[in-house]
Design a binder for this molecule. Sequence first.
Ligand code: TXA
Ligand code: MG
Length: 316
Amino acid sequence: MQNIEKAILELKKDNVIAIPTETVYGLAANALRENAVKKIFELKKRPSYNPLIVHIGSLKELQGIAREIPEKAYKLAHQFWPGPLTLVLKKGNSVAPAVTAGLDTVAVRVPNHPLTLELLGKLDFPLAAPSANPFGFISPSKAEHVLSFFGDKLNVILDGGECEKGIESTIIGFDENEDPVLYRHGSIPVEAVEAIIGKVKFNTCHETKPNSPGMLSKHYSPIAESYLTTDVKQMTEKFKGKKIGLLLFKEKITDLPHLDQEVLSSTGDFNEAARNLYSAMHRLDAGNPDVIIFEKLPEKDLGVAINDKLKRAARK
Ligand code: TXA
Ligand code: MG
């Protein structure tokens, strides 16, 4: 039985389940229970310094989770929640310490998926949830991806179909002057955030102790060796004799018919490309190529976030 009632029972036992969101699937547990949250870290083999996002059912539930909330945070929440925007705010008292990895801030969002909103509405606690992939692997945009990663370890995987957005939420925090800072590129382009609250600064990335491990350079890696380039054809020549997979933006390369090729959007639509990104990566990787070559997208709109994911997945 893969239904909400069963999900609630599991969560009340401090167990981990998989939930759909509009971005990617998550591994969820009671965010107020240290014991439950630790199980997420174990299952995901995630380093304990890498904090999780708290998922709530509505803006009203922010009380207790965060404090001293900047006006600009409210503006963003009103505009984008439920939706793929995560806010990093000063931490309230109720959240289990493991969720925030000891930081004084907490990441929080209201996900926009009917099944998960229904689940949150029936719970009296919020859900801590990272993406439902083992640390360093491709994020899951379908229930079957979660099943292949964790099938034997989860009692409930709520199947909400294919994720509508397909890439993770955009993460925005605030500096000591309450000026907005981008922690991670995601489903909402930075321009859309800036249209609401003005200029957003970019967080500088530190490889070893990042402010937001979304910034860790190999976080989205598929298993195969992979490369990001604007000139896919030229790059294939470097790997003659190897089994090559291609991840392309708009069209296949017709004079390379023998290669495994995935196209993200034949009309060049960024939303469609984002929605197809992780499924295409999973399919390419399942073919066990020696090398995967990613085509760089135009650096505008959601292309920026997709390129960012590809850059992190590429080994070089
Ligand atoms: O779309 C999403 O955000 C998905 C779905 C499941 O909601 N979740 C997700 O979680 O991508 P995860 O754990 O894969 O990524 C969470 C990101 C990490 O990069 C983490 O470092 C950052 O959020 N984060 C969490 N708490 C933070 C904090 N207090 N300060 C800065 N970054 C934080
Ligand atoms: Mg993740």
